[in-house]
Design a protein around this ligand. Structure first.
Ligand code: UN1
Length: 514
């Protein structure tokens, strides 16, 4: 299939995914949306792909009530049976991978390989969740009292609000929704308003799967809308015990405060300012490739994108040359074209922020050694060249997460300084070291090493597998999603004491009366 834009006509793709020119953006078993329609504009060429009707306040209320009813039934379905619905969801996503990947590309601007990679993450987390549906283990604990059993069980939590961002328009939903579903919950998804169509398409697939298995489709509810009309409501709603939110630190602070004020739980995956250390013993070819993918992949719009490189002064020149060669030959253009490695930024405001940050490099006496410019020759107004900057750790800009392909190269002399500079930012998501020195690698991973939620050796900061717990510390928000034991976020723990004796001994040896 010839795919290169601007000739690419998305209408056949939309049809295959059940999408029309105007789509309902609210789902709770039935489709609706009485709020104003929003247009999904493709950053690929600035054209409107289709429109989506958003949620009105009445829609919001109905969705929450329907999801509550779905939860009431779903929580009593045996977990491995719940897993069957998620198994089929994974299979349905497998079948739709190419189309969904392409739609993710159209809406978010990420290249086809990454659009498909995103769908692959959904498939993988479904597989993971299916296995998990037979492994929602609790512990038994030695009781201090005779003939007593002490144990814990994990029960479904309730409604899970999922607020997702444009850069991973569907994968992050699936990390939450697939786990939430096998754990016996109903989830309500508020996707980014910049990528509502992929959310509608995926929800349609989930609806079809639920129809097949007999599950209440409201376990995968959808509310397209803006922050004030949907996000704020979810955060404030006592009927939603957990709000999982991915996005900026500013958004996360707001969600956290509102959820905390009602003593609810939030699971936050916020900004990253991810650093990579290159030491004298590193394989510089590997390091350069890791940096290149980390900084330029997804046009620098991953939470895990590489934003700072601390390179030992003895290898700085060589690394810089390798990076420059890669940056110079980077194919920038339509992400629908299979040869492209960097597509557009998500929208015009994002371009403006990126260009302002490049100006700031100069204002703060850093040096732009490559790029940082607009590409007005490409359609839609969202294409730029990536920027390689020779910076210093004390530049205020280096403390910030600029959501675009801006990379600071910062030389260091002592390993301890590199580590200290890496940790000296507010965010704490992902980090990496390239070294063949065992001591450096182990120190980096130790308690006195990287302070991030993700720390890698000889592989880059971005592109985490779903099997690990994903998230970070400090301003990144502390949440952990996806693999490992992240499922515990979506359940409530219950501690049980069972007395099978005929007396009533009290804990702590207390004698009370008699
Ligand atoms: C995000 O940017 O919000 O590690 C998630 C990665 C991806 C997930 C990124 N698996 O880059």
């Amino acid at each position: 299939m010839k795919t290169s834009s601007p000739k690419f006509n998305p209408s056949a793709l939309l049809r295959r995914l059940g999408l029309e020119k105007i789509n309902d953006g609210v789902f709770d078993g039935e489709w609706g949306g009485r709020g104003p329609a929003i247009e999904s504009v493709s950053p690929v060429d600035g054209r409107v792909i289709a429109a989506v009707r958003t949620a009105s306040p009445e829609d919001y209320e109905r969705v929450v009530q329907r999801a509550q009813a779905a939860f009431a039934t779903w929580r009593a379905v045996p977990a491995p049976v719940r897993g069957e619905t998620v198994r089929r969801l994974g299979n349905a996503l497998r079948a739709a991978k190419a189309d969904l990947g392409r739609l993710a590309t159209l809406e978010s601007g990420k290249i086809i390989a990454e659009g498909e990679g995103e769908v692959q993450e959904m498939i993988d987390i479904c597989d993971f969740a299916v296995g998990l549906s037979r492994q929602l283990y609790g512990l038994t604990i030695a009781s201090e009292r005779p003939s007593h059993r002490l144990m814990e069980q994990w029960h479904p939590l309730g409604l899970i609000g999922i607020i997702s961002a444009f850069n991973f328009p569907v994968a992050v939903w699936s990390w939450n929704a697939a786990l939430a579903a096998v754990c016996g919950n109903a989830s309500i998804w508020k996707p980014s308003e910049k990528t509502p169509l992929t959310a509608v398409a995926v929800t349609r697939i989930a609806q079809r799967v639920c129809r097949e298995t007999g599950a209440d489709p409201a376990i995968f509810s959808l509310l397209v809308g803006d922050g004030p009309s949907v996000g704020e409501r979810l955060a404030a709603d006592r009927r939603v015990p957990l709000v999982s939110a991915t996005g900026s630190c500013a958004m996360g602070r707001r969600v956290a405060a509102v959820v905390a004020s009602r003593l609810g739980r939030s699971l936050l995956e916020l900004g990253g300012n991810n650093a990579l250390i290159v030491t004298p013993s590193a394989d510089l070819g590997m390091a350069a490739r890791g940096i290149f993918f980390g900084a330029v992949g997804t046009a620098g719009q991953r939470c895990t994108s590489t934003r700072r490189v601390f390179v030992h002064e003895s290898v700085e020149g060589t690394l810089r040359k390798k990076l420059l060669a890669a940056y110079r030959s980077l194919p920038i253009g339509s992400p629908l074209d299979p040869g492209t490695l960097m597509g557009p930024l998500i929208d015009r405001p994002s371009v403006e922020r990126y260009l302002a940050a490049v100006r700031e490099v100069r204002a703060q006496k850093g040096r732009v050694i490559f790029g940082g410019e607009e590409r007005p020759d490409l359609p839609g107004g969202c294409y730029v060249t990536p920027c390689l900057a020779a910076s210093r750790a004390d530049m205020p800009l280096v403390q910030e997460e600029v959501f675009g392909p801006l990379l600071h190269l910062i030389p260091y002399r002592n390993f301890a300084d590199a580590l200290a500079m890496q940790n000296a930012v507010p965010q704490g998501l992902s980090s990496a070291i390239f070294t063949n020195d065992y001591r450096e690698a182990e120190t980096f991973l130790s308690a006195v090493g990287s302070d991030c939620g993700i720390a890698n050796v000889n592989t880059g900061t971005s592109g985490a597998e779903i099997g690990g717990a994903f998230g970070g510390e400090k301003d990144t928000g502390g949440g952990r999603e996806s693999g490992s034991d992240s499922w515990k976020n979506y359940m409530r723990r219950q501690t049980n004491t069972l007395n099978y004796s005929s007396s009533l001994p009290l804990a702590q040896g207390i004698v009370f009366g008699e």
